[in-house]
Design a protein around this ligand. Structure first.
Ligand code: ADP
Ligand code: ASP
Ligand code: MG
Length: 415
């Protein structure tokens, strides 16, 4: 007997028929003698539809009421799935995030889980109940309902697996596992047997929407064995674990990408020691999240600073910089929209100096112009035009031979 947390995403519970199908799957796992916690998302695109309803009323809804609204989506699913399980004779009970003891920080819209009071869940599991918990939600200390950020049901599942000391956490979705890159965009994408927590965390943070980044963080911090697999097809999924033993020496394991990147250039800043701290403290006091930063000399007395932000913070960024123009003493402000960030990720990169060169050569050979670059020990990111994004991913997928299973030596992967 094992204690298992299973999570089913929006597409997997998108209709009554699909919910009945998930109930059959869960009933089988229960019949096999396992203790089961099921975490579910809102049905299909219903979270998007709820967002639209709010936007139809106001362009600026209060964050508290937005959370109140969005959490209803998951509550529909927990009730329906529990009914479907009960119809099959399974002793199931539904729980909202708050009822499941998920306490979050006071931050509507994107709250982090602070702790989980798992006493009640553990008691019910030991009493033989199957628990169906609403993903993506928790409560603040004052009892207000919060959400964990879009895609946050994954995090609910992994956090509950850690809190209930489950043997494993299984994330069921509309793909058969974690692929070398998003299979919806790249036909040659290949399913990985395994990926390390660190690689998956980079991939998730760099745009691979298959897992919520905080879910991976939780899994790593609490050593939760995590698996991603299909909710529809019986096929072995991908294991996310501390050390990967299959294809151990991969230099690049995957490619992540995201669009809606904007580059801002503050030109002609005084070449003084206080220019940079002043600029970035103004940005941070306005809540602007900056990603890649590049500085270069403009003339003897001036520098240019370029940085990337998400498209949605462009208006606020330009407004706060224009307002601070006199204080910062810069000459001009430029921005470039419709950019994308394409990132290669792999823990074998640390000891392989040629990786960035291979990446840049492959992009250049295909006339893809790189506008910004950033690196860490296990990733290289390049900002390119949004129009080039998918082609850049395909080119890099070929350059690093990601469609081929690596037999032994890492050098094989480099062209
Ligand atoms: P769910 O509703 O089940 O949470 P999501 O849409 O959040 O599903 O995540 C699954 C989607 O993630 C897939 O349909 C796929 O398009 C996308 N995806 C992005 N990157 C990857 C990747 N590297 N491997 C697999 N899927 C990926
Ligand atoms: N329903 C939420 C969303 O669409 C949470 C989730 O599916 O993980 O973002
Ligand atoms: Mg998801």
């Amino acid at each position: 007997m094992a204690r298992v947390v299973q999570k089913y995403g929006g597409t997997s519970v998108g209709s009554v028929k699909k919910i009945e199908n998930i109930a059959n799957r869960v009933a089988r796992v229960v019949e096999d003698g396992n203790e089961v916690v099921v975490v579910v998302s809102a049905m299909g695109k219903s979270t998007d539809q709820l967002v639209q309803l709010a936007n139809d009323i106001t362009k600026n809804p209060s964050k508290r009421e937005m959370d109140m609204l969005l959490t209803t989506g998951e509550q529909v699913t927990i009730a329906l799935l529990t009914m479907a399980l009960q119809k099959r004779g399974v002793d199931a009970l539904s729980y909202t995030g708050g009822q499941a003891g998920i306490l979050t920080e006071a931050n509507h819209g994107n709250a982090r889980i602070r702790e989980i009071d798992s006493a009640r869940l553990n008691e019910q599991l030991e009493a033989g109940k199957v628990l169906v918990v609403a993903g993506f939600q928790g409560i603040m200390e004052d009892g207000s309902i919060t959400t964990l950020g879009r895609g946050g049901s994954d995090t609910t599942a992994v956090a509950l697996a850690a809190a209930t000391k489950a043997d494993r956490c299984e994330i069921y979705t509309d793909v058969t596992g974690v692929f070398t890159t998003d299979p919806r965009y790249v036909e040659k994408a290949r399913k990985l047997q395994a990926i390390s927590y660190d690689e998956m965390l980079e991939m998730a943070n760099l745009g691979a929407g298959v897992l919520h980044p905080r879910a991976v963080e939780f899994a790593k911090n609490y050593d939760v064995p995590l698996m991603v697999a299909s909710s529809m097809v019986e096929e072995t999924g991908t294991m996310i674990e501390e050390e990967v033993t299959v294809e151990k020496n991969l230099v690049v394991r995957g490619i992540a990408f995201e669009n809606d990147v904007t580059k801002i250039t503050v030109a002609g800043l005084p070449n003084r020691i206080d220019s940079l701290p002043k600029l970035f403290s103004i940005l941070s006091s306005h809540g602007v999240n900056v990603d890649i930063i590049i500085q270069n000399q403009y003339d003897a007395n001036h520098v240019n600073i370029s940085f990337s932000i998400t498209q949605c913070s462009l208006k606020d960024t330009v407004a706060c910089l224009e307002q601070a123009k006199e204080e910062l003493e810069f000459e001009t402000l430029h921005h470039e929209e419709e950019l994308a960030k394409v990132s290669i990720v792999g823990s074998g990169m640390i000891s392989n100096p040629g990786v960035a060169a291979t990446m840049f050569e492959a992009l250049a050979k295909n006339d893809i112009f790189i506008k910004m670059v950033s690196t860490s020990e296990i990733k290289v990111s390049a900002v390119v035009s949004e129009d080039d994004m998918v082609m850049a991913v395909e080119v890099l997928h070929d350059a690093f031979k990601l469609d081929e299973v690596l037999a032994e030596a890492p050098e094989k992967q480099l062209v």
